[in-house]
Design a protein around this ligand. Structure first.
Ligand code: 5AD
Ligand code: SF4
Length: 474
């Protein structure tokens, strides 16, 4: 289902990379070299990996059958929680041996982890065999880094420190022909006290409305029906641009594109979710009603310690406003358990909010101490066993709510976009409602990418099962 999208290379820099690609690609093709990209973390990284795949394909590489057989292995890393970092170091440990046995085998690392000095230091000391290291904003330079690596035999480290420029229009390989993610902004200015993202991805920079519009229009002309707009805090879109467009202005512009059936976006920060945005979502059929609104904690005291910029009451008021204006809206969220100083009563506040709001689903995280963030040096770090018990309690509560919500959908009719085949049953496809509910339905493979109307017949904790009633576009 992968499809190549040719887009214009607009910057001088990108043109220079193109020249290098022409020089290198014959050699790579002749040798029949293969690549594998291991992607960790959020959807931004998934999108970056599509861009890396685009560049590598242009360079003449083909996709390896597995991580184990690839000639060029790239790990696109995440540093939001410590576990993700440990996983990478574990994988690198196992590669040392392979590197010795297979001298032409190359390893590259990129993504958020590489933007931390302490990680670079460890890599330089203990993992000298890594061939290329690059940061979050210089994927476009990969051909040049590869050329330098091949020509000099030296290991290459290229981390962009200024976080200033945005290089537009990289070639990319879309995973799905009918849906795509689009970056609308990079970086974050919020400095939530637990979070490392502002340190590794730099300050907020928004792309121009016209550039985003042109990209989305080109994607729609190429068969895309659903777009996911990505940013760390989409609600503060446009603040660094000369004409100060708001996120609502951008949405209104995109909603007018003929043939664009669904617009999703993430992540919304509750403190910046405007009334205009709520009106705009309510007004347009093609702006999806499934909203991801991270709460992080239900306790005002903890929210203050987290520097989130809203209270429990303000969050609840916002949700009430959304539900009033958009009755079909579903909400999903992120919650951190065990932030420093979280007491039993703070945690009870979180459980209470979760019960009140009835989230469709919640991503629950155990607090992870990130060196360099203000929370890492806060006193009253919570005991591990207490955190685990709270975490289990929260997951159980979230699952009960989700299961009840799903059961209440039986008999309803929804339009879903069929996205994938089921891993366990080849006769089943899965898709999502406009509100983001996962639905499994019996349908042939060639229905992938099509909208169908389904009646819900059964429910599980995290998905629904339905039967096709009427199919459109077929
Ligand atoms: N520990 C645990 N979870 C975190 N997140 C961000 N930083 C941390 C951390 N240090 C979670 C937040 C955020 C999501 C992407 O990851 O809930 O919304
Ligand atoms: Fe991290 Fe907060 Fe920015 Fe989200 S809004 S990326 S949690 S600092």
């Amino acid at each position: 289902m992968s499809k190549r999208l040719e887009v214009k290379i607009t910057t001088e820099e990108a043109k220079r990379q193109d020249e290098i690609i022409s020089k290198l690609s014959q050699h790579i093709k002749d040798k029949g070299l293969t690549f594998f990209i291991g992607t960790f973390g959020c959807q931004m990284n998934a999108l970056d990996s599509e861009k890396i795949e685009g560049v590598l394909t242009k360079l003449g590489y083909t996709k390896a059958a597995s991580e184990k057989t690839a000639d060029f292995l790239i790990y696109n890393t995440c540093c939001v929680r410590e576990n993700a970092e440990l996983k990478i170091f574990g994988k690198l440990g196992a590669l040392k041996h392979r590197k010795k046995k297979q001298p032409n085998f190359m390893v590259a690392l990129c993504g958020c982890m590489m933007q931390q000095d302490v990680v670079l230091k460890t890599l330089k000391q203990k993992y000298k065999f890594v061939d290329i290291i690059f940061g979050t904003y210089n994927i476009y330079k990969l051909p040049e880094l590869l050329q330098t690596r091949i020509e000099t035999g030296e290991n290459i480290i290229d981390i962009w420190e200024t976080h200033q420029e945005i290089v537009e229009d990289l070639p990319s390989i879309r995973k799905h022909q009918f849906k795509s993610c689009v970056n609308i902004m990079y970086g974050c200015n919020n400095f939530c006290t637990y979070c490392i993202v502002p340190y590794v991805r730099g300050r907020e920079r928004s792309r121009e409305v016209d550039d985003i519009y042109d990209q989305v229009k080109a994607l729609v002309d190429d068969g895309v029906k659903e777009i996911m707009l990505l940013g760390q805090n989409v609600n503060s879109y446009g603040k660094n641009l000369a004409t100060k467009p708001t996120f609502t202005d951008l949405l209104e512009r995109l909603a007018s594109i003929d043939g664009l059936k669904r617009i999703r976006f993430m992540t919304s920060h509750p403190k910046d979710f405007s009334d205009q945005l709520i009106d705009s979502i309510a007004k347009h059929d093609n702006i999806c009603k499934g909203l991801h609104l991270p709460i992080q904690s239900g306790s005002t005291r903890i929210l203050q310690q987290m520097n989130r910029g809203y209270t429990r009451e303000e969050y609840l008021d916002l949700v009430a406003k959304i539900k009033k204006a958009i009755p079909s809206a579903t909400l999903t969220t992120d919650i951190i358990v065990g932030f420093p100083g979280e007491s039993d009563s703070d945690f009870a506040d979180t459980l209470d909010v979760v019960t009140q709001i009835q989230y469709l689903s919640a991503f629950t995280f155990i607090y992870s101490k990130r060196t360099g963030t203000p929370a890492a040096t806060m006193e009253n770090q919570v005991d591990e066993d207490v955190i685990k018990a709270r975490f289990n309690q929260l997951v159980a509560a979230v699952n009960t709510i989700a299961a009840d919500f799903m059961a209440a959908q039986i008999g309803n009719t929804y339009e879903i976009l069929l996205e994938d085949s089921s891993k366990n049953d080849a006769t089943m496809l899965s898709g999502r409602t406009d509100t983001g509910i996962l639905v499994h339905v019996k349908a042939p493979l060639n229905f992938i990418g099509e909208f169908v109307t389904v009646q819900i017949t059964n429910s599980k904790t995290h998905y629904l099962v339905g039967e096709i009633k009427v199919s459109e576009d077929l």
